[in-house]
Write a protein that binds this ligand. Structure first.
Ligand code: NI
Length: 177
């Protein structure tokens, strides 16, 4: 088990186009996923992309478990998604607040496609093909943006909708993605 440093905005490694994973189910890939899970858990995150720990591969993880403190939060099954392909299912977009482990302490209002199909593989090579909407779709788009060097502040339409979490939402605990 190994908790890795999460790169923060300003680090040029977050701006790269990540590379496809050529071979699945390798010891190196499984070791990467152990590090990613440990790091995401340690940071209490909703998702993490490999480039955020300096590994320039098209690998993301995400998931939200049931939490009695947030009974209304949408549950997203814990997912490993490799070499993802995202297909918006309509032009409909909606704005909502996002945070990011690479942009700690901040929140911004970001437009995302509401309805989305995503495909890819898990670490063992099994096919993943899901149609999702709302928060689940948002998390996938946020994480996969990291694979193309895009951080959520780049998608904020009006920079007035960007600020510190504790100022925007005083007294609320908010999770980073
Ligand atoms: Ni992020």
């Amino acid at each position: 088990m190994s908790i890795k440093e999460v790169l923060r905005m300003g680090d040029a490694r977050l701006l790269r186009q990540a590379e496809e994973v050529p071979v699945l189910d390798t010891p190196q890939l499984h070791a990467l996923l152990v590090d990613m899970r440990d790091t995401m858990r340690a940071m209490d995150g909703v998702g993490l992309a490999a480039p955020q720990i300096g590994v320039n591969l098209r690998v993301v993880i995400f998931g939200v478990d049931a939490n009695p403190r947030y009974p209304d939060a949408q549950i997203v099954s814990q997912t490993v998604l490799i070499n993802p392909v995202l297909t918006p299912l309509s032009d409909e977009m909606e704005e909502d607040w996002e945070g990011c482990l690479s942009v700690p302490g901040m929140r911004g209002l970001v437009p995302r496609y509401t309805h989305l199909r995503y495909q890819g593989r898990d670490e063992f090579g099994a096919l993943i093909d899901r149609t999702v909407s709302g928060f689940h779709a948002r998390v996938v788009q946020h994480e996969c943006d990291h694979l193309d060097g895009i951080l959520y502040p780049m998608r904020i339409l009006d920079m007035k909708d960007f600020g510190f979490s504790d100022v925007l939402f005083p007294g609320t605990k908010v999770q980073d993605e």
